[in-house]
Design a protein around this ligand. Structure first.
Ligand SMILES: [Zn+2]
Length: 381
């Protein structure tokens, strides 16, 4: 069974629709001499059982890396691009920024972008289109995102555009992730694709062509963006038949708080351990769970903590992973009592403190690890 080109889940077993004798491609037209061998193909429109993307399960056309725009210049398209650039550049604060059109053809839309106060760059795979774009004074690299970790010429970019190119891609994730990798953190994108909602609304089966592998709805496009490291900030239908989205490259979560907390807790625990052992007294941890193990290991408590107490018989007699501190029962701990016990058992602190107060020697100091500090629960009486 075939898998989804967007998410890798299985495609539905039966195609939604099969069309026979479909023109094999819309470019590189055959000449009269080809009539003998040229023939139509069968295409199958399938749906992904995972992300829901509707797609053809056919091989891509040979020229899917090239951006061949047959339309040429039209007032409608010129106006549409200008209104999109106006809104996008203002919304995302891209003035003065570096913008890449990933698949720019001969620069039909890049030329319009170059009228704006931004630095416009293009990428195009087809050699003669690159030459035409350069001849028009545009900065265009001859390239195509073949791998996710590809480094683009002239990058990193503050934003990218992609106009009706994503639906041609046999690996749309690779294309988008490669672009994301060449954007600054939080960089923006403006992406358009034909709308499958429009095709369904019109029942226009003649919009299906082998060049277009993906038939995106706003939902399946958003889910693809999400898997490729982008948050969708805005989605809308433009020019009746086109989905337009503004996306932002996701930033990595900020873990500086975790780092600071690890350091402050470690410092506080070590201070206590050093004070207690400096007085020639013993210190123990209660709780042979992952929190206690991690505290002992990453704080460097091996050799400083006498033992870890735990009520679970199957843990007793074992040693803590990484720190190798022995794990013993409460009974054994009472026979060889510690001056100070640090409870590291979130959710059970009160119960354990009660056991220590009732059954441990007078004067045992009880501490507990809270989220941000060591709490002093006093001494047993
Ligand atoms: Zn899928």
């Amino acid at each position: 069974m075939k898998r989804c080109i967007s998410c890798g889940a299985l495609l539905s077993e039966a195609p939604l629709l099969t069309i026979e004798n479909m023109p094999a491609a819309a470019q590189n037209l055959p000449g009269p001499e080809d009539a003998e061998r040229e023939h139509g193909i069968t295409v199958r429109l399938c749906a992904c059982t995972g992300c829901g993307l509707v797609q053809l399960d056919n091989e891509p056309v040979s020229y899917y890396r090239d951006v061949i725009r047959s339309g040429g210049w039209s007032t409608t398209m010129d106006r549409l691009r200008r209104s999109q650039y106006d809104a996008w550049i203002a919304m995302c604060g891209l003035e003065g920024g570096k913008i890449l059109e990933a698949g720019c053809g001969q620069g039909e839309f890049l030329k319009i972008l170059a009228d704006y106060p931004v630095q416009a760059f293009g990428m195009e795979h087809k050699h003669d289109l690159v030459l035409k774009a350069r001849a028009a004074g545009l900065t265009v690299s001859e390239d195509y995102p073949e791998t996710e970790d590809q480094v683009f010429e002239n990058g990193p970019f503050d934003g990218f555009t992609s106009f009706n190119f994503l639906e041609h891609q046999p690996d749309p994730c690779r294309y988008l992730r490669a672009i994301a990798r060449n954007l600054v953190p939080g960089g923006y994108g403006l992406v358009t694709v034909p709308s499958f909602e429009y095709i369904l609304g019109q029942n226009s089966f003649y919009e299906l062509i082998p060049d277009h592998l993906s038939y995106f709805t706003e939902g399946t496009l958003s889910s693809l963006m999400d898997r490729c490291g982008f948050d969708v900030l805005k989605k809308e239908r433009v020019n009746r038949d086109t989905i337009s989205v503004i996306v932002r490259k996701r930033t990595m979560p900020d873990v500086s708080g975790l780092i600071a907390r690890r350091e402050s807790i470690a410092a506080e625990v070590l201070r206590l351990v050093d004070t207690v052992s400096g007085e020639g007294k013993k210190i123990a941890v209660w709780g042979a769970s992952h929190q206690g193990f991690t505290l002992c290991a990453v704080t460097g408590l091996q050799g400083k903590v006498a033992y870890i107490i735990d009520s679970a018989p199957f843990k007793q007699g074992m040693i803590a992973p990484a720190s190798h501190i022995p794990i013993i029962s409460p009974e054994d701990a009472r026979k060889d009592p510690a001056d100070t016990i640090i409870i590291v058992a979130p959710g059970y602190t009160e119960e354990i403190a009660g056991i220590i107060r009732r059954t441990f020697p007078k004067g045992t100091s009880i501490r507990t690890l809270m989220t941000d500090h060591l709490d002093d629960l006093g001494r047993t009486e």
